[in-house]
Write a protein that binds this ligand. Structure first.
Ligand SMILES: O=P(O)(O)O[C@H]1O[C@H](CO)[C@@H](O)[C@H]1O
Ligand code: HPA
Length: 246
């Protein structure tokens, strides 16, 4: 994605106060400012995750910096495994909602004294992923000829770093999840808390294993390979999306 930006200026996460460097393979730790489709954007090249040992607050901290920089829209992308059996590897999924098992249990960035300079103590999360942005994303996907493999669904956030057991994947299916991942949701919570609107897209890098003794085993290497393959479609969609949003 960063290659599509012009007039760039970048900063290593390690040089920015209170930012944390990513240890996950495939996640460079760089903040890149620039222009995309004549719009000013700031892009996180890589992210940190709770499974790296960071608190939800630490993971989501950059979003508060974005708020102070004047960011109005947060676009979140991730690699995820398909729980929904109709999804295929390489599909994109516009996120319409999420299940935050980690956060519901108390590990979320809004726990603690509320900083009312950013937002309210109690936060409605019933329309976390902006309806107008989702409609725009799906319309643009159709215009780009991507309708066949762009879905809309629910992202389920687990801490990781392990991929789900068969019973866990089946549980997530019963709960209404379409895909499973280990990121994104802490950042979305902090964005909604401070009034930043959110658009999210997952690239389906694998199908979660839902048959016991099938012999299938997931690996991060496969996720990276399939993520790389899906990233061309993701970039086309996001680029067009940035062009069309106000
Ligand atoms: O960081 P994202 O894009 O969510 O990547 C996903 O892929 C990794 C596992 O292979 C985990 O980090 C998981 O969250
Ligand atoms: O199958 C998965 N489960 C959780 N996180 C993931 N990130 C990519 N694939 C997966």
């Amino acid at each position: 994605m960063v290659k599509l930006l012009t007039d760039t200026d970048s900063f290593e996460f390690r040089d920015i106060p209170n930012f944390t460097t990513s240890t996950a393979p495939g996640h460079a730790g760089r903040l890149v400012f620039g222009s995309l489709q004549s719009k000013s954007v700031v892009l996180m090249q890589g992210r940190v995750h709770m499974y790296e040992g960071h608190s939800a607050k630490k993971v989501a901290f950059p979003v508060r910096v974005f708020k102070l920089l004047g960011v109005k829209t947060l676009i979140v992308t991730n690699a995820a495994g398909a729980i929904n059996r109709t999804y295929n590897v390489g599909d994109l999924m516009v996120i319409c909602d999420h299940i935050n098992l980690v956060g519901l249990a108390g590990l979320n960035p809004l726990v603690g004294v509320n900083d009312s300079r950013f937002g309210p103590r109690f936060l409605a999360m019933s329309s976390a992923y902006d309806k107008g942005l989702r409609s725009l994303g799906l319309k643009l996907a159709e215009e780009l000829g991507m309708k066949e493999f762009v879905r809309e669904g629910v992202y389920s956030f687990q801490c990781g770093p392990f991929f789900e057991t068969v019973a866990e994947s089946r549980l997530l299916n019963v709960l209404g999840a379409d895909v499973a991942g280990m990121s994104t949701v802490p950042e979305v919570l902090v964005a909604r808390h401070c009034g930043i609107r959110v658009f999210g897209v997952s690239v389906v890098t694998n199908r979660c294993v839902m048959e016991l003794d099938s012999g299938e085993e997931l690996s991060h290497e496969d996720v990276l390979t399939m993520g790389e393959k899906g990233s061309a479609d993701m970039q086309r969609l996001i680029s067009k999306f940035v062009d069309k949003i106000d």
